[in-house]
Design a binder for this molecule. Structure first.
Ligand SMILES: [Ca+2]
Length: 109
């Protein structure tokens, strides 16, 4: 299974092309363009599991760096700055990696 199984190929191409230049990647814009913003939490969880290549339950920095290649084989790796910004956006508890739980609507107890 691949991330692109869930998404329209034309949207993926659009999103990849929009961040071809170094340091132009924005997670929010990318998710929106690719159509992930509109997906259900279940579908997003599946995408998350694909991105978590070593099945650790978290997306670590090295997995994040190769994020775009899950969408297009020839895509560039993210730059260090992009990876860090992405990580900070998704890392809700400051442990240096992105977990699945708590990225959605959950607000703790
Ligand atoms: Ca992982």
């Amino acid at each position: 299974m691949a991330v692109t199984d869930f998404l329209a190929a034309s949207d993926v191409t659009l999103a990849i092309n929009a961040c071809k230049a170094k340091d132009s990647f924005s997670p929010k814009t990318f998710f929106k363009t690719v159509g992930l913003s509109k997906k259900s939490p279940k579908e997003i969880e599946r995408v998350f599991k694909i991105l978590d290549q070593d099945k650790s339950g978290f997306i670590e920095q090295d997995e994040l760096q190769l994020f775009l290649q899950n969408f297009a084989k020839g895509a560039r790796p993210l730059t260090a700055a992009e990876t860090r910004a992405f990580l900070m956006e998704g890392d809700s508890d400051g442990d240096g990696k992105i977990g699945w739980e708590g990225t959605g609507s959950s607000d703790g107890c």
